[in-house]
Ligand binder design. Structure first.
Ligand SMILES: Cc1ncc(C[n+]2csc(CCOP(=O)(O)OP(=O)(O)O)c2C)c(N)n1
Ligand code: SF4
Ligand SMILES: [Mg+2]
Length: 277
């Protein structure tokens, strides 16, 4: 049989090609977000052996398995404490947590708020698909009010977290929200997060057609992607406390690089904060 030539791609160096094809469903947005992360790594100028990727459990948390880096697929909700430990003993590393909304804000929510409060010098990239995709589309802490999921068949009655406001209130120094269709903006936000000293958070809203999309009659992945894209209002100056995610005809999804401030990172505490001993 004739050999099939496989064209090389610019992000090949960052991917474990032998692990492909990936496990994600057709139309899932996670692959697009992973490609943004791969490009951000290449553009960061930081050598590959200095990048570390840590995840918890979930579809989004499968990303580290495809990255040609030192990667850690940890237990559900525990990516941030694992990443914190890595950073504390290896301050020269560029440590990124890449995981899902359920992993980071339900079971792992306490770790998120305290790492942000301490201003641990890590990046947290969250694929927000508004549900627990991997386990069958249950409602979670980001599911918009009124949305249908397998555990909210009459519509979700709980208000969701506004992740950008939560991150900012807890002390993150860089906060951004984009969608899986904003590939250049998401990549740039990830690069800025990597350059930032302190706790940097990037939320990327992405379609989960097999679970969230199906429960809400949104259609294919591309329809869900397009729906979010049409709702988007780009506003870097938005007040993060006023950009809750809602669903429905009138819904607006505010995206942008909302916050970029300076405050001493945990590793930087010293005379500057504590004074002379
Ligand atoms: C301790 C524990 N509880 C529950 C689970 C089951 N579980 C696996 S992934 C997941 C939710 C993942 O949701 P999210 O982080 O949003 O990822 P997605 O699949 O949507 O990308 C849950 C509840 C588990 N693996 N471990
Ligand atoms: S269940 Fe949803 S998040 Fe998981 S791979 Fe399928 S489309 Fe993607
Ligand atoms: Mg999810």
């Amino acid at each position: 049989m004739a050999e099939i030539a496989v064209a090389s791609h610019p992000i090949d160096a960052v991917l474990r090609r032998d692990r492909l094809p990936h496990i994600w469903c057709p139309g899932c947005g996670i692959g697009a977000v992973m490609a943004c992360y791969a490009r951000a790594i290449l553009e960061s100028g930081i050598p590959l052996d200095k990048h570390i990727c840590v995840s918890g459990i979930g579809c989004s948390a499968r990303v580290p398995g495809y990255m040609n880096l030192d990667t850690y697929h940890t237990t559900h909700g525990r990516a941030i404490p694992f990443a914190t430990g890595l950073k504390l003993v290896n301050p020269e590393l560029q440590v990124t947590v890449f995981s899902g909304d359920g992993d980071l804000f339900a079971i792992g929510g306490n770790h998120f708020i305290h790492a942000a409060r301490r201003n641990i010098d890590i990046n947290v990239f969250c694929v927000n698909n508004f549900n627990y995709g991997m386990t069958g589309g249950q409602a979670g802490p980001t599911t918009p009010m009124g949305s249908f999921t397998t555990t909210t068949p009459y519509g979700n009655v709980e208000p969701p977290f506004n992740l950008a406001a939560l991150a900012a209130a807890c002390g993150a120094v860089f906060v951004a929200r984009w969608t899986a269709l904003h590939v250049r903006q998401a990549q740039e936000a990830m690069q800025r997060a990597m350059q930032k000293k302190g706790f940097a958070f990037v939320e990327i809203v992405a379609p989960c057609p097999v679970s969230f999309g199906k429960s809400n009659d949104i259609g294919e992945g591309v329809d869900e992607m397009w729906m979010y894209r049409k709702q988007c209002v780009v506003n870097d100056d938005a007040d993060v406390t006023k950009i809750d995610v809602t669903m429905g005809k009138e819904a607006e999804l505010v995206v942008g690089n909302f916050l970029d401030i300076e405050r001493p990172a945990y590793m930087g505490y010293g005379k500057e904060v504590l004074g002379e001993a």
